[in-house]
Design a protein around this ligand. Structure first.
Ligand SMILES: Nc1ncnc2c1ncn2[C@@H]1O[C@H](COP(=O)(O)OP(=O)(O)OP(=O)(O)O)[C@@H](O)[C@H]1O
Ligand SMILES: [Mg+2]
Length: 266
């Protein structure tokens, strides 16, 4: 219904981290450039990316993963770190092509160390991405720290990217051994009010929108205020507004409708 009424080819505001829809706001572009540099050029050891819920951390990780695909940086992802240290090491071993991964922890650690050294000698530069890292237990964080210890004289064998909600920063701060290994700290901020319009129109264009105005200036002002610049909230509000607008056969969405939709969400 939304797509037919507004002449879109597909869903424009799904709450999934689909890299095709990435909007490079100034803050996103800076985070991405710094993360890419830390993970690939500097190989500093550990990038720590934090941000409030729904601000775009996973999207940033997807952008990095997309960029690394086909490069010398093999990507290993731990999407949900509610796993034991041994289970995580098995994921890492699998990601490094150790098949089948040994069962016991010590054997795993040894196999990973050997494979990391081999990979390094072959010019491969693996990157481990741990999303939702605020959920990691202290023992898992410790195991991740140990993984950053594998290094040659000049270079880390494995670069780690931790992404998580703001409390991750405190959790890392409480552990100086990890904290001192952090080579990049970046906090993903909500979008500035002036980026909200760019974000919405970008996603519409990716979905096939050809440029007939949908949202009035006041609609964007209302959207920026009520979403507080948080992309996931923007997606939800815009989807609701597009739906109501389609139901009522409107030709545009104004500020009043946007405020109504936001009120309904609360
Ligand atoms: N730069 C962006 N460009 C396009 N869409 C984005 C961008 N940032 C976020 N989004 C959209 O917002 C949604 C929420 O973002 P994301 O999942 O990355 O947030 P998060 O910070 O990982 O949240 P959580 O703390 O809940 O894990 C994404 O599914 C995506 O649709
Ligand atoms: Mg996320």
């Amino acid at each position: 219904m939304i797509e037919d009424h507004w002449a879109l080819e597909r869903r424009a505001f799904a709450n999934t981290p689909d890299p095709e829809f990435i909007y490079r706001s100034p803050s996103f572009a800076e985070g991405y450039a710094r993360l890419l540099h830390d993970a690939t050029d500097l190989r500093g050891g550990l990038s720590l990316i934090t941000g409030e819920i729904g601000c775009g951390k996973t999207m940033l990780a997807r952008a990095l993963a997309d960029r690394l695909a086909g490069s010398t940086c093999d990507l290993i992802e731990v999407p949900y770190p509610k796993v034991t240290p041994t289970q995580m090491l098995q994921t890492v071993a699998g990601g490094l092509g150790i098949q089948p991964p040994p069962r016991g922890k010590l054997a795993l650690v040894q196999a990973i160390a050997a494979r990391l050294a081999e990979r390094h000698a072959e010019g491969r530069r693996p990157v481990l991405i741990v999303d939702e890292a605020q959920l990691a237990t202290p023992s898992l964080l410790e195991e991740i720290r140990l993984l950053t210890n594998h290094e040659a004289r000049q270079d880390k064998y494995l670069h780690v990217v931790l992404l998580g909600q703001p409390e991750l920063r405190q959790r890392v701060k409480q552990r100086p051994q990890i904290d001192q290994r952090v080579s990049l700290r970046f906090h993903v901020e909500p979008m500035e009010a002036e980026d909200v319009r760019g974000y919405v129109e970008h996603r519409l264009r990716v979905a096939g929108w050809k440029g007939k105005t949908i949202f009035t200036h006041d609609a964007f002002t209302a959207l920026a205020a009520r979403s507080e610049g948080i992309p996931r909230r923007i997606n939800t509000l815009v989807t609701q507004a597009l739906f109501v607008g389609a139901m009522r056969q409107l030709t545009a969405i104004d500020g009043e409708l946007m405020f109504d939709v936001a009120d309904d969400q609360e």
